[in-house]
Write a protein that binds this ligand. Structure first.
Ligand code: GLN
Length: 273
């Protein structure tokens, strides 16, 4: 079928009617698939591949996340490829990257990012900081995506399979450890929005109390962090108190929780003495 961009825009708006951010989304779709600036496209020009827009509209109607449909998401000013194997990077997590970067400036670091997913934290850190960066995940599909993002961003992060710390050499220590583990509770998993059901469960599901990965990480982090090192982990908004009692249990003296931009407990921070 032949369509002009004017007709395409009308068709997309009609087909996707009801979406909250539709005007922007139509523009982003066209920019992503044409590889051109929206304003440089003439309304009477013929659309080269109408089928990609049809397919995109079908996926959006099935409530796939917009970022999967366009294939990317910006994080900390850099572009990351995303697909069903990785969580779409969230703004809260950008704040975690920002905190780590602020701490790490002016040092030479050996850094580890657990549950790396798309690699957005590790790659953003590697862009801004000096040192060696290792990032791990239990999902081979996520690691494949993260490696593409490493290439796309021109960074030199090492991506490796590991179940949290388990597959890392015994005794290997780091100056900086970051993590955005799966932390949703069973109840929260039952209530996730439709879009989120398309994201990998393994990246979201923290077991019955949401603390399965969090507790495993906290149990071992004291042994894995070097002196004066920093541990920064994203947690669920209702997990602040529990995270602090786990910190006490596992000897993370002086650990604190920090809030996200919505004022909710979102991070556990521990600087080793
Ligand atoms: N913030 C994510 C959500 O609410 C959860 C991320 C995670 O489990 N690490 O969808």
């Amino acid at each position: 079928m032949n369509l002009t961009y004017r007709e395409l825009i009308l068709w997309l708006k009609e087909t996707l009617n009801g979406r909250e951010n539709l005007d922007h989304e139509v523009r982003w779709l066209i920019e992503a698939f044409s590889g051109r600036e929206f304003l440089s496209i003439g309304a009477d020009e013929a659309v080269p591949r109408v089928s990609v827009y049809r397919r995109a509209a079908e996926r959006l109607k099935r409530h796939e996340p917009f970022q999967y449909v366009v294939g990317s998401q910006e994080f900390y000013g850099h572009l990351f490829l995303v697909n069903e194997s990785v969580l779409v990077p969230r703004p809260e997590t950008e704040l975690l990257a920002e905190k780590a970067i602020r701490w790490g400036r002016g040092r030479r670091l050996k850094a580890l990012d657990l549950c790396t997913g798309s690699g957005c934290i590790a790659i953003s850190l590697a862009k801004e900081l000096d040192g060696d960066f290792l990032a791990t995940d239990i999902s081979e599909a996520a690691l494949a995506t993260a490696k593409k993002n490493n290439e796309l961003n021109g960074t030199d992060v090492t991506f490796r399979y590991s179940d949290l710390f388990f597959h890392l050499p015994k005794g290997e220590r780091f100056d900086l450890i970051t993590a955005n583990p799966p932390y949703l509770t069973q109840k929260e998993m039952r209530e996730i929005p439709l879009e989120v059901t398309h994201e990998p469960f393994i990246a979201l599901d923290g077991g019955p109390t949401g603390l399965f990965a969090i507790e495993r990480i906290m149990k071992e982090v004291a042994d894995r962090l070097g002196e004066k090192g920093l541990f920064l982990m994203e947690i669920g908004e209702n997990q602040g108190e529990t995270a602090l009692s786990l910190a006490a249990k596992y000897g993370l003296a002086g650990a604190v929780t920090e809030r996200d931009l919505n004022g909710k407990d979102r991070f556990l921070r521990w600087e080793k003495a």
